[in-house]
Design a protein around this ligand. Sequence first.
Ligand code: PLP
Length: 376
Amino acid sequence: MLPFNKPYFVGTETRYIEEAVRSGKISGDGLFTRRCEAWFAQHLGSARALLTTSCTDALELAALLLDIQPGDEVLLPSFTFSSTANAFVLRGARLVFVDCAPDSPALDAAALAALVTPRTRAIVPVHYAGTACDMGAVLAVSARHGLAVVEDAAQAISSTYQGRLLGSLGALGAFSFHETKNITAGGEGGLLAINDPALVARAEILREKGTNRAAFFRGEVDKYSWVDVGSSFLPADINAAYLWGQLEALDFIQARRCAIWQRYHAALQPLAEIGVELPAQPDYASNNGHLYYFVCRSLAERTSLLAYLKARDIAAIFHYQPLHRSPYYATRHDGRPLPRADRYADCLVRLPLYVELDEEEQLRIVRAVLTFYRCR
Ligand SMILES: Cc1ncc(COP(=O)(O)O)c(C=O)c1O
């Protein structure tokens, strides 16, 4: 079976893990945590970058940091992972789901303004497939109404909006280093980019179980105390050591993934002619080769395509079920139909994409898809 995903192992990760172990400091905030955080802060131009145990945790830290209160409203896409929503629901927020854009699974930025009320506190755009949302429109609405923007950049490492790196545009940006992402922190991991300098001091406290331990270690206070709410979001340095090995190989990984993505896109163009939607690449967005998807013409067509590929040992898969129809939130949703989110949930297919997918294997996948559609 050609797997859907295969985490790429650079080879240096275990050496760095051994280095961390031998240093005698394997809990969080060790040498590799600091290295990774400095790399991201510099790369993104963020005031501070904090490693977390997952993107889920980075989003939860973001919701705490913004002091989201019961009854506050948060605008976010329905076509996303539960973590984007959970972080805010845990603080008592009411979710106001935004439909997908007319031509992509990204949130429809043109729909945002009409959904803002006096209770709206934040917008959480998700850069689906690592492709930027229309951040110009998102930031314009946020500026007009004084709303915080938390970018869910789980899939978006190295991608840009008009040349600016995703995760650096909102007040906060959350990344994932789960094994399914372009780079991983040894299975699980995440990062919160803090772009608003006013949020840095409190972010360090919330991440350190509500204590001012970070300031203590910098010699800024003479003892550390419990000064705020907080939790434990800090990963072990072992995970950061793994991530450092991956970060050093980031350019190679991205180049490989983008080449595979481009080959899919070129080879599958005949599908566009028969009404199958291929991924949109807006002028303002760059591509990070995170995932290759296309959109079947119906749920029935997708079901038979997935079965057809599975019978040929190809693990293609669908993606999110829309959160406005989820068992947990359907009865809490305000009832607005979100037909584009429904369509992407029912019809989107993701093809295998990983660094070690070779050209012959990819050709086999492409041929199978084109044969299914009788395009060859
Ligand atoms: C859009 C989005 N946000 C958040 C997450 C959660 O990431 P993690 O598994 O690192 O918690 C995912 C997971 O795939 C995701 O797709």
